[in-house]
Design a protein around this ligand. Sequence first.
Ligand SMILES: *[C@@H]1O[C@H](CO)[C@@H](O)[C@H](O)[C@H]1NC(C)=O
Ligand SMILES: *[C@@H]1O[C@H](CO)[C@@H](O)[C@H](O)[C@H]1NC(C)=O
Length: 439
Amino acid sequence: MGAYKFSSLLLLSFFAFAVLAPSIRAHIGEFDEVWQKRAEEAQKAALEAYQPNPEEVTNQFNKNVRKSMQGTNTTRRNLRSNNGPCMATNPIDRCWRCKQDWAKNRKKLADCVLGFGRRTTGGKDGEFYVVTDASDNDMIDPKPGTLRHAVIQKEPLWIIFARDMIIRLKQELIMAGNKTIDGRGANVHIAYGCGITIQFVKNIIIHNLHIHDIVPAQGGMIRDSVDHYGLRTASDGDGVSIFGSSNVWVDHLSMSNCKDGLVDVIMASTAITISNCHFTNHNEVMLFGGSNNFQGDKIMQVTVAFNHYGRGLVQRMPRCRYGFVHVVNNDYTHWLMYAIGGSQNPTIISQGNRFIAPPNMACKEVTKRDYASPDEWKSWTWISQGDLLQNGAFFVQSGDPKKKHPFTRYDMIKAKPGTFVNRLTRFSGSLGCKVNQPC
Ligand SMILES: *[C@@H]1O[C@H](CO)[C@@H](O)[C@H](O)[C@H]1NC(C)=O
Ligand SMILES: *[C@@H]1O[C@H](CO)[C@@H](O)[C@H](O)[C@H]1NC(C)=O
C-alpha cells in the first residue's frame, strides 16, 4: 500500500519532468524531435527500472557478499598490488576474474553486476567492436575504428581496444544505448580532454579504464547516433555523467582529477551500480541528484560498492538528493571535508564501510547535511550499520527509528567490517589484464 502510493507519486513527478525537460536543456543546444523522443523513451525505461522495494535489492546484495566471504580468511594483509596469484575478493569480481581464458569469455562480465544496476547487460547481445585508433578529430563523422564511432552505433556492441592508448576526447563522448566499453587487455586512458556522457539512454557498462584530467569544452556540433547530430552547449568536465539514464554499471575505473565530478548521476537516472573503482585527487567526487528543485530524482536508486575512496579526495562520496543510495563495503581512507552528504531527504544506507577520518579535528564527521535544520533532517533516513569508524570518524544517523532497522531480518554481514573492506576493495581500479593470463 505504502509502496504503491509512493510510486504513483513518482509517476506524477515524472510527467512533470517530461514537461520540464526541454527547458532544462541538458547541454543539448537544440532540444529537437530526436532528443525529445530519446528523453521520453529514457524516462519510460527508468520508470520500469525503478524498484518500489529497494530494501529487497540491498538484501540480495548482502546475501551475495556473505556467500562470497564464506570460508575466506579475513586476516590477510593490506596489499593493493596485482602481483602474485590472482585473487578475486568480492562477489562481483569472483563471478568473472582469475580465469585464464577471460579474453575468450569477455561477455561473462555482463552476468556479474549486483545491486540496483543488476539488470545491465550492455553490449552483450552484440558484436565486438575493436577500437584501433586513439584519435578523435571529427565530431560529426567520426572515423571508423575510433571510440566515438563505436559508441554512436545503433546496435548493441561490446567495445574493446586493440592496444594501449590515451584517448583525448575533443568533446564529450555521447553514447547510444546497449554498449559495453571494456578496457581489459589494454591500458586505456581517457584523459586530458572531455569525458563520457550517458544521456537519455539505457543499458551501459563502462569497465576497466583510467579516466582522469577531464576538462570542460565549449560545445558545438556533435554526433550522438548514426542518424543524428546536433548542437551541444559547453560540457562541464565530468568523468562520467549519467543523465536521465537507467541500467548503468560502472566498474573497475581508476579516476582522478576531473574539472567537475568524477561520476555524476542526475536527472532521474536509476538502476545504477558503481563498483570496484579507485578514486583519488579530486574535490567533488560524486553528485547524485543535481538540483534541489528536481523531484524527479526520487526515482534514483544507486548502489555504491567495493570502491576505494583514496588519497586527495575532498567531499561528495557521494552527495545525494532525493534518491535511495546503498553505500556498501567501500573503503574511505582519506577525505578532507566529509565523505557522504546530501540535502532534500535522500535515503542513505551505509553498511560495512570503513571510514578513516582525516587528522583535522573539524572534519571527523562522515556525514554532512545541507540546507536543512536538524528539525528538518532528523526525519531523513541516513543509517550506518556495521561501518568501521576509525581515527575519530563519526556518522550522524537520522530517521524514523522504526525505519532504522529495515534489514535486521535480512542476511547481514556480521564479521569485522574493517577487515572485510580492506580485502573486498583490494583490487579496485583498472586491472592490468593480459590475454592468456588470469585477470
Ligand atoms: C587464516 O589465516 C591464519 C593465519 O595466517 C591461518 O592460521 C588459518 O589457517 C587461515 N584460515 C583459513 C580458513 O584459511
Ligand atoms: C537495446 O536492446 C534491447 C534488447 O535487445 C532493445 O529492445 C532496445 O531497442 C535496444 N535499445 C537501443 C537504444 O538500441
